[in-house]
Design a protein around this ligand. Structure first.
Ligand code: ZN
Ligand code: ZN
Length: 217
């Protein structure tokens, strides 16, 4: 059975997810760990649950989601995968990280790319990759159909949506991603977002003020 372990890291309160199952295989999505205590918390969980990490995945490459990439890549030596359209976003982080106080940030470039329709398999888990741009140009989500779980980064939040004022962001594109790729999933799909608490597709369809506004357009 799928286990989705959240960690909230760095001053942006970013959600890092460790996903694994009974086989012991797992992946780390959007490691935002920067301080030693954060890295220790991640490693301690991996070790105490005997998890063998198979992939490092990024939903998108804003600074809060990539701060721990170097640590995870170095520690576990696993393939690092993103959508190709977020590589410019990733490459831009190095230049602006010091201005946010992250002087120790080390860039890691991807080993490969994911796109809509690809799958990522580990243990008995198969993630389907959804391309959901708008918050970032190469934003993807990881959908686990068997458990009705969606790890969707900064696209859809409880009662909110991702910001679209950063480079590569586009409001209409984001709303289209939500309506076409997320709201077409079953209502009982649980959304694990990049910030804040989990929600469900059905809940946000009914009450998300940003998305409801646009239903009438
Ligand atoms: Zn973001
Ligand atoms: Zn974020």
């Amino acid at each position: 059975m799928i286990q989705i372990q959240p960690f909230t890291f760095n001053p942006f309160a970013e959600n890092t997810y460790l996903v694994y199952d009974e086989t012991g295989e797992g992946v780390i999505i959007d490691p935002g760990c920067y301080e030693k205590t954060e890295k220790d918390a991640l490693v301690q969980f991996v070790e105490s649950n005997n998890i063998k990490i198979k992939y490092l995945l990024n939903t998108h490459c804003h600074i809060d989601h990539v701060l721990g990439n170097d640590f995870v890549k170095t520690k576990y030596q696993v393939p690092f995968l993103i959508h190709q359209k977020d590589e410019p976003v990733l490459r831009s982080v190095k230049a602006y990280a010091p201005s946010y106080g992250f002087n120790l940030y080390q860039e890691v470039l991807p080993d490969g790319y994911l796109e809509e329709g690809d799958t990522v398999s580990f243990g008995n888990i198969v993630f389907e990759v959804l391309f959901i741009p708008g918050h970032a140009p190469g934003h993807i989500g990881f959908y686990h159909k068997d458990s009705l779980s969606l790890l969707s980064g900064d696209v859809l939040f409880e009662q909110s949506i991702g910001r679209t004022d950063l480079p590569g962001g586009n409001f209409n594109t984001l709303i289209n991603s939500i309506h076409q790729k997320i709201f077409t999933l079953p209502d009982n799909v649980v959304v694990y977002p990049g910030h804040g608490d989990t929600t469900t597709v059905g809940e946000e369809k009914i009450s998300n003020p940003f998305c409801a506004l646009n239903l009438s357009r």
